[in-house]
Design a protein around this ligand. Structure first.
Ligand code: ADP
Ligand code: MG
Length: 279
């Protein structure tokens, strides 16, 4: 089971759009996917057509141990499950403050999924902060994907983000690696976009070999700016369902293909890949 936290403490860089559309694209490729909404804004839930009312079990109830992930899980498409969130989750930060082992709630809740290989992918949409929800995500997963919007300040804050992953790797989760960097809201042809990518490459290249981001891959597929991506959430649909021929759909499918390509190197074996190879 691959588990991926989509994380960046900046807002509006494409975390939710990428979590949802990547999860949906992977599900289309036959992978069993669970999308986990960890943002109290509930945008990822909304994007797949779920508005969690007061009676619906959410990830908040998992944090407060009133329910299990299996109980909160809903099927939202073929091969695609959702653990929803709503504004209740905003209280977690305060409610868990001072609780022993508060960084491990999600990891513990997910342990049986790992043991049973319950999904091929768990994709977590993190909130725009480095608080307890994000720390729980980083403690529970093996991989971090960082969406970046390539503008002048894109790399600012990145060192803080990297430091956080290093801290988590040292103290809480030795298996954590930053494996992917996704360029979102990409304006192809602009000098700036190319510069940011180049700066980032150099930064990664110059990094010490034992940092958790040393082997991070900057995905070749960039997600171009596409209005359809901004429209899809209000229809509760992934971009592949809402506008299958849009550049947004093309870009996220290409990104998903690169994510699938990493499987072999990670020693993940999936029947669908083996079948495609044999054909
Ligand atoms: P985050 O979760 O990091 O805050 P979002 O994924 O919600 O970021 O994206 C911020 C806004 O930009 C949203 O309104 C979203 O619909 C829009 N958006 C994201 N990616 C694209 C894109 N490639 N082209 C156009 N709009 C986008
Ligand atoms: Mg978001």
């Amino acid at each position: 089971m691959r588990s991926i936290a989509v994380m960046n403490q900046k807002g509006g860089v494409g975390k939710t759009t990428s979590s949802v559309n990547l999860a949906a694209a992977l599900a289309r490729e036959g992978r069993r996917v669970c999308l986990m909404d960890l943002d109290p804004q509930g945008h990822a839930s909304f994007h797949v057509g779920v508005e969690a009312g007061p009676d619906m079990p959410t990830v908040y109830d998992v944090f407060t141990q009133q329910t299990t992930l299996d109980h909160a899980r809903q099927l939202v498409g073929e091969n695609l499950s959702l653990i929803p969130a709503n504004i209740d989750l905003a209280a977690t930060e305060v409610e868990l403050a001072g609780t022993q082992g508060r960084e491990f709630f999600l990891r513990n809740a997910m342990q049986h999924w790992k043991e049973q290989n319950r999904f091929d992918y768990v994709v977590m949409d993190c909130p725009p902060s480095l608080g307890i929800l994000t720390i729980n995500a980083l403690t529970a997963v093996n991989e971090v994907f960082i969406p970046l919007q390539p503008h002048f300040f894109a790399l600012q804050g990145l060192s803080k983000l990297f430091e956080t992953t290093a801290l988590v790797t040292r103290r809480l989760n030795r298996d954590l690696r930053v494996t992917g960097i996704m360029m979102c809201l990409y304006e192809s042809g602009t000098r700036l976009a190319a510069d940011v990518t180049e700066d980032l490459k150099q930064f990664l290249h110059a990094s010490d070999g034992d940092t958790p981001w040393a082997s991070a891959k900057i995905f070749k597929s960039k997600v171009r700016r596409n209005i359809k991506l901004a429209e899809a959430p209000s229809f509760g649909q992934s971009i592949m369902d809402y506008a299958p021929t849009s550049s947004g759909a093309v870009d996220y499918l290409a990104l998903a293909a690169e994510v699938l390509d990493m499987e072999a190197a990670m020693g993940v074996h999936h029947p669908a890949t083996a079948m495609a190879r044999a054909a």
